[in-house]
Each structure stands twice: as C-alpha cells, then as structure tokens.
Design a protein around this ligand. Structure first.
Ligand code: PLP
Length: 398
C-alpha cells in the first residue's frame, strides 16, 4: 500500500519562518508598499567584495573547501574581532556557517539534549523559538516590557534560571526592539550568570549598528571570566548588506567550535569558496561604510520617533541600535476603522497593508502581541512616507 510514513514530530509542528513568509507575500503584491517588514539593509557591499568573489570563481575555486573555513576568512574574522577589542581568539575558536541562523541552528544541535531548557528573553527574534522546536528544546521566555526598555534585568534573569537551565540567548542590540544593553547592564547580568552554570549564546549580528560613539558593549568585555561559556555569533548578512550570500562565523571555546565544525563536515561540508572569499573581503578591508550606514539608520530612527511623538496611541522605547522600532500599539485595540474593529496586532498590520500601503510585522511573532515591528533599513523618503501613512491610519481610527 502507498501510505506515506509520518514526518518526524518536530518537523510536522514547525511553521515556515514567519518573517520570510510575510516578506514573500509582500514582495509578490503588485501594489507598491512602504516595506517595513523584513530586516534587509538597503545598501550593497563595497566593490572589493564582488571583486573577491569573481576572482575566486575565475581561479576555479569550485572544489570542496575546508569544513572549518578558509584560512583567509578566519584571518579576516580574527582581525574583525581584534578591532572590537577581542584579540584573545585564535583559529581554534572559530567555526563558519551559512549565516547566523544556520550557526544558531547548529549550536542548538551540538549543545543541547532534547528536553533541555533554554532561556530566551522576549521580545525576541522568532527563529529562536522554531530552532528550539526543531531541536526538541524547551524555551523559557521571561517577558521584558516597555517600562524596562525591553531589556532583561538581573532579578528577572535570576528567576528565569531557576531549576535546570542549560543556556541563555542574548541579542544585543536586539531584533525586534533595537534595545542596547550598556556595559553596566551587562555587568549586572554577568553577576547572575556567574552563579549559574549555563552556556551564553550572544547573538551579535547587529553589533556594528549602535547609535553611540563607543563600540557595542559585550559580555566578553565586561565578564572575560565567563569566556569559557560564551559563544559569539556573527554574520555577514546585516553588517555588509549581504544577506543572500549566507555567511556567518562564530567565536567560541575550542570544543564548541570543533563540534560545529564536525557537524559542518557531516552536513554542509564547507562554505562555498567564492562566498568565503567575499566574506573575507568584507570583513578584512576598510569598515568606514558601516559607520556611514549606522548614521543613516540613526536618522531614520529619529524620523520615526519624531513622527510618533504626536501619536498618543503609540508608545516607543528609543532604540539604541540595530534598525528596528517596536512600537507598542495596544492602545488602538478596540477602536473602529469604519465597520472593522481593530483588536490585535495582526488586525492593525492587515489594515496598514491593505488600506495604507505600509507593511509591518505583528509583534506576536516576537512574543509581544501588543507591538508591531518596523524595520527602517529602507530609503529615508520611504520612512517618511510610511510614518505619514501610519499616522493617517491612527487618526482615522475611532
Ligand atoms: N539573529 C537575529 C537577531 C536576526 O535578526 C537575524 C536575521 O534576521 C539573524 C540572527 C540571522 O541572520 P543571517 O542568517 O542572515 O545571518
């Protein structure tokens, strides 16, 4: 009989990545929208990146490459880390992957047993939940609200770590809130973490996009004594406007880097050599343009914050980095748009998309149904138009 056997439980129950799904839906519409949905930087990488990839192709670098990463890429990443003040890493600490998402997936495979519990403060990037589901890992999500700037505080962390917890995932600055932890805040969290024997996965894919003159504060700086438990996840995607290249790197204790490398050797085999060449060129050369991008993002953040100042239905925490704003829009719940009641984040996002030509992501995907997420890494004119349209929508609610 041709009866199909079942899929594995975890794979039956895991949804398609909600943000990619939404982005696909928006891109396939024929009406123009101001697209605040997906977090894609609106710039292209420097010419040297293209040159390096094309040179690799012309040099016929199309065999298998090393599972632990091309030497040139590792050297460029170590240089990048050293520029951030983290000069204690060497090649044994590094592993590569096909983007930050793939590295996080790999880490869940190599660090956790099914049934383990991981603490992930919310609001947070939805993929953490789905990677956990795919790995059979339970997630504990202490909610960190608007009044605390969407940031985890020591008491909340202490409470979340009760019982048997194996890891904390921290994302600084944060998608979806733009929240940026200061040195002092990280030091206070480190005091708690010292008392609990857990892995700390630091998702640093937005690390270069901070609206301060100092580099982004990092646990490795404030608590070097915890280095044997900290795993730093980096990605080329946001940093260099290269999300489609699928290149990420991590810096970790050697045992962790080795385990991820072994997993690579048995799964992806290697990062494509021309991608590795492009990533090395991006990380290795002048980084001035990422500074310029950050100034551009800060200006866009300010356009939105200034516009929303005049809207009593919207409450925002001021993002310190990344390129996301996460307005609390719960005050609109219960209002009417014509005959239609707006009761949820999804209702508001649908209304914005259908009637006002603005795409935003419902906060529920990030564990925060009182909010919507706006990714403002788009042209400044678009940001202005989008802000105007959102204000018009709110003014037309009764
Ligand atoms: N971590 C966070 C918080 C993100 O927002 C993203 C992308 O949206 C990633 C990791 C992974 O990005 P990539 O797989 O493109 O490196």
């Amino acid at each position: 009989e041709g009866v199909m056997p079942d899929l594995a439980t975890a794979h039956r129950n895991t949804p398609f990545c909600p943000i990619l799904e939404l982005a696909g839906r928006i891109q396939s519409r024929d009406k123009p929208v101001v697209d605040f949905s997906i977090g894609v930087p609106n710039f292209t990488p420097p010419q040297r990146v293209y040159d390096a990839a094309i040179a690799a192709i012309h040099a016929d670098q199309c065999r298998y490459g090393p599972s632990r990463g091309e030497a040139g890429l590792i050297a460029a990443y170590l240089h990048y880390l050293a520029q951030l003040g983290q000069d204690h890493f060497g090649p044994v600490n590094i592993a590569v992957g096909q983007g930050g998402k793939h590295l996080l997936y790999s880490l869940f495979q190599v660090l956790f047993e099914p049934g383990d519990t991981v603490v992930i403060p919310a609001p947070c990037w939805p993929t953490y939940f789905d990677i956990a589901r795919l790995s059979g890992v339970a997630v504990r999500t202490p909610y960190c609200g608007l009044h605390q700037g969407y940031k985890l505080d020591p008491a909340t962390l202490e409470a979340a770590l009760r019982g048997r917890v194996v890891a904390l995932v921290l994302n600084n600055p944060s998608n979806p809130t733009g929240a940026l932890y200061s040195q002092a805040e990280l030091a206070a969290l480190a005091d708690v973490l010292r008392r609990h024997d857990v892995w700390i996965i630091s998702d640093d894919v937005y690390q270069r996009f901070v609206y301060t003159d100092e580099p982004c504060p990092h646990l490795l700086d404030v608590a070097p004594d915890l280095a044997s438990r900290i795993i730093k996840v980096d990605s080329i995607s946001k940093l260099y406007g290269m999300p489609g290249w699928r290149a990420g790197l991590l810096a970790a204790p050697p045992e962790v880097a080795e385990a991820v490398t072994v997993l690579n050797s048995n799964s992806i085999s290697n990062m494509p050599p021309m991608v590795a060449a492009a990533a090395a060129a991006a990380l290795g050369g002048d980084q001035g343009f990422s500074q310029q991008m950050t100034h551009g993002y800060q200006a866009r953040r300010d356009i939105l914050l200034t516009a929303f100042d005049s809207a009593p239905q919207i409450r925002c925490a001021r993002p310190g980095g990344a390129f996301y704003l996460f307005p609390d829009i719960s005050r609109v719940f219960g209002s009417m748009h014509g005959k239609q009641m707006i009761s949820t984040d999804e209702d508001l996002c649908n209304l914005l998309l259908e009637d006002y030509g603005v795409a935003a992501v419902p906060g529920r995907h990030f564990g925060a149904p009182d909010n919507i997420r706006l990714s403002y890494a788009i042209d400044a004119d678009q940001v202005k138009t989008g802000a105007r349209q959102i204000l018009r929508c709110l003014a037309e609610l009764e």
